[in-house]
Write a protein that binds this ligand. Structure first.
Ligand code: PMT
Length: 400
């Protein structure tokens, strides 16, 4: 089981949904996870420490200054012990305190003190959930890497109907289980990924580019980093936040991307070319803004270097090289041709016909490598990236 032996701190804050957390803890125990429960004072009004102790198999922690804890510092002890912290239910009050970094009870303090991933299943009245301040707090926490689970819509204990119900125990369990199902053992692996478009200048104010948003490449970088790999992300001009623990290098043009990529490729075990690199650039970039003096103008375009082909054909320190093929027709055939021509170890065929994929939140891929292929079905780019990382690592390991 993914969760077998994993050490999970379950934080419970004050809310009627706390009764559902008992079932969540039972699921964790059934999956052979070790569980330690932290209760806020308000949570203890809804569920008893005795019940939680019986279900979790461990004494329940409630106080920041606990004479029973090692060195009387329960928050540090628990923060270091946890492989993950799950707060369910997370009340509006707790979310607000956590967002501003308060440390005035055991749970908020341990959340500040832990380096482990934190999952937060919020539960509150629909109006409280919809308040801009609550939404801002959740967005801020998400940007800090906290993983939000739910909430769901439906009948609420207060009689309202709307969004704010805590996710069901099995839903929270599945998110956690999926997280641990990712290959966690990529420490020591160095990976470099290109993402986004390139921009090829025409004059000081105009350029040629494409619709790549960077979402696919950034999701791959995030997924590798979550698994412990050392990740460099060579990003064209996109407006995405840098994933946690990823070293980002910004570039604009294909030539810049080529230079940084070739320098990085030889220092990494795996190179992934997810960027939509402009195949051509303008031969004579105008130093001044081109004036609208005639009805037609012609731009002479010349070929850009093919980054992934140059990486694939390296003769020394060549990394395991993975390309993408964005095609609108004959997708599989063109992809297989690129696999061979660019001397790649794997290619991810992307059917981009009908305007799908570029800048979308979902994607599907067909992977090809020498002697094999695999379809990765349509799903969010983040989930797809997790699957892709597993496939790349599996094929990479066969070559070492
Ligand atoms: O960024 P998103 O909005 O999330 O969209 C994701 C994506 C569609 C951009 C991505 O999934 C994708 O398919 N990227 C490759 C796009 C592309 O340029 O495909 P291509 O078939 O033209 O190129 C084939 C391979 O050669 C690619 O790995 C590309 O990075 C590489 N290439 C191309 C030209 C060039 N001069 N140098 C290159 O390295």
């Amino acid at each position: 089981m993914n969760l077998s032996g994993k050490r999970i701190v379950v934080g419970i804050t004050g809310g009627i949904a706390a009764y559902k957390t008992i079932e969540f803890i039972r699921l964790l125990r059934k999956a052979e996870a070790e569980v330690r429960v932290v209760l806020t004072p308000a949570a203890a009004e809804f569920v008893t420490p005795l019940t939680l102790q019986a279900i979790s198999g461990n004494a329940v922690s409630q106080s920041l200054l606990d004479p029973q804890a090692e060195l009387a510092m329960g928050h540090i002890e628990l923060a270091k012990w946890a492989d993950a912290v799950v707060i369910a239910p997370a009340s509006a009050d707790f979310i607000a305190r956590f967002t501003v970094g308060m440390a005035n009870d055991l749970l908020s303090t341990l959340c500040l003190a832990t380096a482990s991933p934190i999952f937060l299943a919020s539960a509150m009245n629909r109006q409280m959930f919809a308040q801009p301040i609550t939404q801002q707090n959740l967005t801020a926490l998400q940007a800090r890497g906290v993983q939000l689970v739910g909430p769901n819509s439906g009948f609420q204990a207060c009689g309202d109907v709307g969004t704010g119900r805590m996710s069901e125990p099995m839903e929270i369990f599945t998110v956690l289980s999926d997280f641990f199902s990712q290959n966690q053992d990529l420490q020591g692996l160095n990976v470099v990924i290109t993402a986004g478009p390139t921009r090829e200048p025409i004059d000081p104010v105009r350029y040629i580019s494409n619709h790549s948003s960077g979402k696919m490449g950034f999701a791959i970088a995030e997924s590798f980093a979550k698994c412990g790999a050392t990740v460099s992300l060579i990003a064209g001009p996109v407006s995405l936040n840098t994933p946690k623990n990823v070293n980002r290098i910004n570039v604009i043009s294909a030539q810049e991307m080529w230079q940084v990529s070739l320098e990085s490729a030889v220092k990494n075990h795996i190179f992934i070319g997810c960027a939509a690199v402009a195949d051509y650039r303008v031969a004579n970039v105008s130093e001044q803004k081109i004036k609208k003096s005639s009805d037609e103008i012609s731009l002479k375009l010349i070929k850009n270097p093919d980054i992934i082909a140059d990486v694939g054909h390296l003769t020394e320190h060549r990394p395991f090289t993975v390309g993408f093929a964005a095609e609108t027709q004959n997708v599989a055939d063109y992809a297989k041709d690129k696999l061979q021509r660019k001397n790649l170890d794997m290619i991810c065929a992307n059917d981009v016909s009908g305007g799908q994929v570029f800048n979308a939140d979902e994607n599907a891929l067909q992977l090809f490598w020498k002697g094999g292929n695999k379809i990765l079905a349509l799903k969010s780019k983040k989930d797809l990236a997790a699957d892709l990382v597993n496939e790349i690592v599996e094929q990479y390991k066969k070559t070492r």
